[in-house]
Design a protein around this ligand. Sequence first.
Ligand code: 13P
Ligand code: 13P
Ligand code: MG
Ligand code: MG
Ligand code: MG
Length: 380
Amino acid sequence: MKITLSIIKADIGGYVGHSSTHPEVVAKVTEVAQAAKGDLLIDVSVLTCGDDIALVMTHQQGVDNEKIHKLAWDAFVAGTQVARDLKLYGAGQDLLSDAFSGNVRGLGPGIAEMEFEERKSEPVIVFFADKTAPSAWNLPLYEMFADPMNTAGLVIDPSMHGGFTFEIMDVYTGKVVKLKTPAELYDLLALIGSVSKYVVRAVYRNSDGEIAAAASTQRLSLMAGQYVGKDDPVLAVRSQSGFPAIGEILEPFGRPWLVEGWMRGSHTGPLMPVSFKQAKPTRFDGPPRVIAAGYQICNGRLVGPVDLFDDPAFDMARHECSYMANRLRRQGIFEPHRLPPEEMEYTTLPKVMERLKDRFMDSGEKMAKDAKILEKEDMD
Ligand code: 13P
Ligand code: 13P
Ligand code: MG
Ligand code: MG
Ligand code: MG
């Protein structure tokens, strides 16, 4: 049975500030989406992470389907009305347009979609992060699908031994490139190590081209040309029997690393793997959070979710994140805790700079240099 997994997410209002979602907003979004179950949708599961809401949907309409996108759009519009009534913060934040125009790409919501033949058993993990950007997945996707020190299956399992192909997008131009690992591993790392420029969109199995993972980067490609690297992201990863095991997919999150986002989308911070309950970032609006929702897909039905980071084995990673957060906060407004100007989400800094523009004067050094030139001209 061929099914499509579509995850469409948006921030339509924060409670309080940017920290969480309001239950009445989530209930409204859920109600609209649930109404399509048995008709347009086979199943739907609603996830939240921080101030973002994701609709995890299964159906048979294929990717980029207008009806599916419209359903998600309508659910978010209905939720926005509730958020407005409660005067929640940034109500309708990610609905950048007033009207739906056939596809939610470029309209604001993030989308990760994939179509596949449902296997005899189809375990899938949906990762959902707040206060960061799709490039947050670059490092863990590399480890899951290309690093045998993380994923033993790349060595042990004959069906994974051929490696995986990564599809990477340049967020400035919207152009994509496919790189095959292990052969082009170093080229891959040369690109995806530059997290403010390149993001992984999808991963495919080399042996048969089967899709293994899809991330929400579509919006970025349509808005390319300006810096649009940040959008609290989702990622879907298929698991077991020819794909990495559940534990291999979760393992990168046991060793925290730094991502872009956090306060005002303008800082560097550790990505903290948390349970659903702990996905309410408050300290300096963070640090960035990620949840992992596990599903077994059964004839399109989403059996789950299982809260996969609700495991004491990730306690150490959470403590490490708090430690990393302390170290970074010591830097205050100074780089590299604060991102360089061109990567700051809210580009209000140029307005501050604009006011100072006319107050810049030639430095003494330059004046001394000019004086020397004049002196020399006098002598000539
Ligand atoms: P079980 O023996 O618990 O089925 O685990 C098998 C496995 O492959 C774990 O990664
Ligand atoms: P969100 O992207 O989660 O809305 O956060 C924005 C922000 O400014 C946090 O400080
Ligand atoms: Mg917000
Ligand atoms: Mg958010
Ligand atoms: Mg954000």
